[in-house]
Design a protein around this ligand. Structure first.
Ligand code: C2E
Ligand code: CA
Ligand code: CA
Length: 674
């Protein structure tokens, strides 16, 4: 992605500046040398000038590994400048080298600093070689003997040592960490040595005829190719071919090179049910999907973090600058959010979710341990049906019992709805003024094969924090809308309210599903109502508002459930597209005895009334409460006083028996005393 980023005007001007300054520097250095020893240049033979020209030409070719760190740059010119230093001394060699470095720096788009750094390394190399010659009081002979060969080797070794010593010092000064694997370092060393060893051969060729010298460019080219291949194969070994992301080896290398860093977290992502994509759309589409997932993940993390594909449908993010589990969880949320929009594949939108395991660096834990811990956290998340789990002591403990229940529920939801054991009970809501049934609330039950009837509270405790919740809500909506259609066909149309949880409202798909179901079953939208709780609103007000606004526009009424138990309720009443407030049963149950509860209920009814909302009291268990509610002007009542929640078939019977009763004038001892 970075490579594709357009080069800006700023970087163009930086390059121009680099060119000018480096050229200026080299010219100055050349002139300086010329000034100190003009005789040295005047006596130089044609072979020198040919080699000088070849050095510049060799470095003017496109460099095989542009953009790499300075210590990785191998300039082909070094074989010529090394020959020059052996035959004609330091000053003539340095002049040529500086010009060649300038040319190479421009070709590689190096900054001034990098060019100067590269120049310094080569000055050091040539200086060390010259020093060896000076100390041995030696210039290479026309016909080299064994001593010449030995001294050439010594000079080459000095060249290499000096150059990489400068590189190491620079690395220390810039506190840049060593990231070069050994294998690549060997290839670099071999390339450098091969080029330097060409020097005596060049000098020999020059003895025969300087015209032979240009042929050496072929050998130089071959060495360059060798170094490039080594670099490419090294790169290929660290890159995932399908996605272009770094691979597992790159991750391991980065983790070991950088050493333990306390502010580091490893997030391991495993896509959920990826196999179904492969099965449904084919492996080609699966591969394309993986590549696009990779793009989204890479775009979602800051540049200093590493995104890798570990293989299959497993990815990892090595995040730096992480302070604690909460901050790592935020990154995980960010990643799941990046995947939350469906991926259109050949016109089919494909939903991708991931389970994420987080391991935090603490103490001197190595990369392999971190990876293992992230992996175990990821499996824990998958098992629990959670999206994210953190490894370590602060990981929320899941009891085996809850895990088993969740696993059973997951399995049930995969079965045919006819025999998954999930049933809906319906509890009537009665208009207080007329005594008529105005609707029902759909309440979830699960007939577990071994445990018997499991209530919604227990079920939701395990399902709510997991992606299973959305499946469950989908299942409930399917059944309730089908039931609404059945009631309509039977000419007893009823309105039904469905409870939705926070997780359902964070994605827009619940609105899509509702729209589709109403259309398919030809059910008018005013027959469906959704109950949301304030805690659902609090989790992510913006996204929830989006979803409920869409539902409201469709004509699906929204009811605020459990009113009075959450926070900042009054704000919500004013801002949200609500039609109804349900007064929590904890207030209603006690209102016959408790003055405070009665006062709260009355004021909620008053508040709802003045905002133009219906007030529905739930948990109405007796006549006293019912009459009190009537006196307070409550619109509807729901509770055991009228009926308990029951299956649809029983409800039909109950409706047949039901006779509306209107509360008379309120009088008597049941009015709570002051
Ligand atoms: P809720 O939305 O507040 O539902 C009302 C609960 O009060 C129901 O419990 C109902 O059986 C109970 N109830 C009704 N009348 C009376 C009464 O007179 N006295 C007393 N003490 N209780 C009464 P239930 O069915 O066990 O549901 C519990 C909660 O589970 C619900 O509370 C709702 O938050 C949640 N729930 C139920 N079904 C679903 C569902 O399909 N989806 C979601 N997301 N949540 C559901
Ligand atoms: Ca409810
Ligand atoms: Ca409620």
């Amino acid at each position: 992605m970075d490579a594709a980023r357009p080069r800006t005007a700023a970087s163009a001007s930086r390059r121009r500046r680099a060119l000018l300054i480096t050229t200026g520097l080299s010219l100055a250095a050349g002139l300086l040398l010329w000034g100190t020893d003009p005789g040295a240049f005047r006596t130089l033979p044609p072979a020198y000038w040919i080699m000088a020209a070849l050095a510049v030409v060799a470095d003017a070719r496109p460099h095989p590994l542009p953009g790499h760190r300075v210590s990785r740059v191998i300039l082909p010119s070094i074989c010529f400048t090394f020959a020059i230093v052996l035959a004609w001394g330091f000053a003539p060699a340095l002049t040529v080298q500086l010009i060649a470095v300038t040319v190479a720096g421009v070709r590689m788009r190096h900054s001034v600093l990098r060019s100067v750094h590269l120049a310094l390394q080569h000055i050091a190399g040539l200086g060390a070689a010259a020093l060896v010659a000076e100390l041995a009081n030696w210039r290479i002979a026309l016909r080299p003997d064994l001593r010449d060969a030995a001294l050439t080797c010594a000079a080459a070794a000095a060249w290499i040592a000096a150059r990489y010593a400068v590189a190491a010092v620079a690395r220390r000064c810039t506190s840049e960490r060593r990231t070069r694997p050994r294998r690549r370092a060997r290839a670099d060393l071999l390339g450098t040595a091969a080029l330097l060893s060409l020097a005596p051969l060049l000098l020999l060729a020059a003895q025969i005829s300087p015209a032979l010298l240009p042929m050496s460019l072929l050998a130089v080219h071959a060495v360059q190719r060798m170094v490039r291949w080594a670099g490419e194969s090294e790169r290929a070994g660290r890159v995932d071919a399908l996605t272009g992301l770094p691979n597992r080896r790159a991750l391991q290398a980065t983790m070991s090179e950088r050493g333990p860093d306390r502010q580091r977290a490893l997030l391991l992502l495993d896509l959920d049910r990826f196999r179904t994509v492969n099965d449904a759309l084919g492996h080609g589409a699966g591969d394309r999907l993986l590549a696009r997932v990779a793009d989204r993940l890479a775009a979602a993390v800051p540049r200093h973090d590493l995104v890798v594909r570990l293989g299959g449908d497993e990815f990892a993010v090595l995040a730096t600058r992480v302070e604690g589990a909460a901050s790592a969880r935020r990154i995980a949320e960010h990643l799941t959010e990046a995947l939350s929009l469906p991926f259109p594949m050949d016109g089919t939108p494909v939903e991708v979710t991931a389970s994420i395991g987080i391991a935090l660096q603490s103490g001197r834990r190595d990369g392999a341990t971190l990876l293992r811990e992230a992996e175990s956290a990821m499996y824990e998340a998958k098992q629990r049906g959670d999206q994210v789990a953190v490894h370590g002591p602060d990981a929320p403990h899941a009891s085996p019992d809850r895990l088993a229940l969740l696993a059973d529920l997951r399995a049930a939801l995969r079965r045919d709805p006819a025999d998954d054991g999930i049933v809906l009970y319906y509890q009537p809501q009665i208009a207080i003024a007329t005594g008529e049934v105005v609707g029902v609330e759909a309440l979830l039950r699960w007939k577990h094969p071994k445990r018997g009837l499991v209530g919604p509270e227990e079920l939701l405790r395990v399902a709510e924090p997991t992606p299973v919740m959305r499946l469950l809500t989908a299942r409930v909506l399917d059944e309730v809308v089908a039931q609404l259609a059945a009631w309509r066909t039977a000419e007893t149309p009823l309105r039904a309210a469905v409870n939705v949880s926070a997780r359902d409202l964070h994605a827009g798909d619940v609105a899509d599903r509702v729209a589709r179901l109403l259309r398919e079953h030809e059910v008018p939208s005013d027959l469906l109502q959704l109950e949301i709780t304030e805690s659902a609103l609090m989790a992510d007000p913006h996204r929830v508002l989006d979803t409920i606004t869409r539902l409201d526009r469709m004509g699906v009424a929204i009811s605020l459930d459990d009113f009075g138990t959450g926070y900042s309720s009054l704000q919500h009443l004013r801002r949200l597209p609500l039609s109804e407030v349900k007064i929590d049963r904890s207030f209603v149950l006690g209102m016959a005895e408790d003055r405070g509860d009665a006062a709260i209920v009355r004021s909620v009814i008053g508040l709802a009334d003045s905002l133009g909302l219906r007030a529905v009291a739930e948990g109405v268990e007796d006549e006293v409460t019912w009459r009190l509610l009537a006196a307070a002007g409550c619109h509807a009542a729901q509770g055991w006083f009228h009926a308990r929640p029951m299956p649809a078939a029983e409800l039909a019977e109950w409706l047949g028996r039901y006779r509306p009763v209107r509360p008379g004038v309120l009088r008597g001892p049941w009015i709570p005393a002051k």
